[in-house]
Design a protein around this ligand. Structure first.
Ligand code: SF4
Length: 258
């Protein structure tokens, strides 16, 4: 029992050290290009580093002839975006394969088709980093930048990765007006960012996540919109339909004043 407690304490201390190191590096990123490069070179979470590299080495049969990215996945979209789309983490054979968030998987197919319908993307598909996709007014990133096993990062991994998210929000803060949170995990990740980036205390109790949920804070703070995650589990079952996504992005465009 004592050994387990000691091991747990050591793991907590290691996570805190890793988070501090990540925060220090993130704080020095002068712009998004700097930040993207630093994120792609992050090795702070041993479990996720091992997983992203194992997936990249073993690959899925359909992608056996491809070289996986196998690293953390930076954000994508213009630096003067008014709308941010916040996801959970890259998919093992999507972003972790292609190096672009939501790219090369079914979730991305649904998301980018909706962004295209909304006029926020120049094409409806996102298949690789050199496919010509350009986003308008919109930047997409995830709360955790490495693909986690079973799409479930640990709380310590979430906290270690948070400084990347916070710095990204800081860098796009001048234009950012609304954050669309894809799922409850992203919705929860917004509140620490609100404190860290905007020095604004999150509401108590926290507004619950829901599809269509909306929180509007004080002036100068982006609004938060909830949207069911574009996972296959939601889109294949009809829990999240194209019309529901269209409605969310129409509201985001309106809140952004576009
Ligand atoms: S999850 Fe985030 S903090 Fe952890 S290794 Fe990946 S990029 Fe670094």
């Amino acid at each position: 029992m004592a050994d387990a407690v000691t091991a747990g304490t050591a793991a907590t201390a290691a996570a805190a050290t890793a988070a501090a190191a990540t925060a220090a590096t993130a704080a020095t990123a002068a712009d998004l290009a700097d930040l993207d490069a630093a994120i792609a070179n992050c090795f702070a979470c041993p479990r996720l580093v091992a997983w992203r590299e194992e997936v990249a080495a073993t690959r899925r049969a359909a992608f056996r002839d491809q070289t996986y990215w196998g690293r953390p996945v930076p954000g994508f979209g213009p630096a003067d975006a008014e709308i941010a789309i916040l996801g959970l983490a890259p998919a093992a054979h999507g972003g972790n394969r292609t190096g672009r968030i939501f790219t090369g998987d079914r979730s991305g197919d649904v998301l980018f088709a909706a962004l295209h319908r909304a006029g926020l993307a120049n094409q409806p598909t996102s298949v690789s980093r050199d496919d010509g996709l350009v986003l308008r007014h919109t930047r997409i990133f995830a709360a955790v930048r490495c693909a986690p096993p079973d799409n479930k990062p640990t709380p310590a991994e979430r906290d270690t990765c948070a400084p990347w998210l916070h710095r990204e929000l800081e860098l796009i803060r001048p234009t950012l007006r609304v954050v669309v949170a894809l799922g409850a995990f992203a919705w929860s990740a917004f509140w620490p960012a609100l404190q860290a980036v905007y020095k604004t205390k999150p509401p108590v109790p926290r507004p619950p996540f829901g599809h269509g949920a909306r929180w509007v804070g004080p002036d100068g703070v982006p609004a938060l919109l909830g949207c069911y995650h574009v996972s296959q589990q939601n889109t294949f079952t009809g829990r999240l339909t194209p019309a529901m996504l269209d409605d969310v992005f129409a509201r985001a465009i309106d809140l952004a004043g576009l």
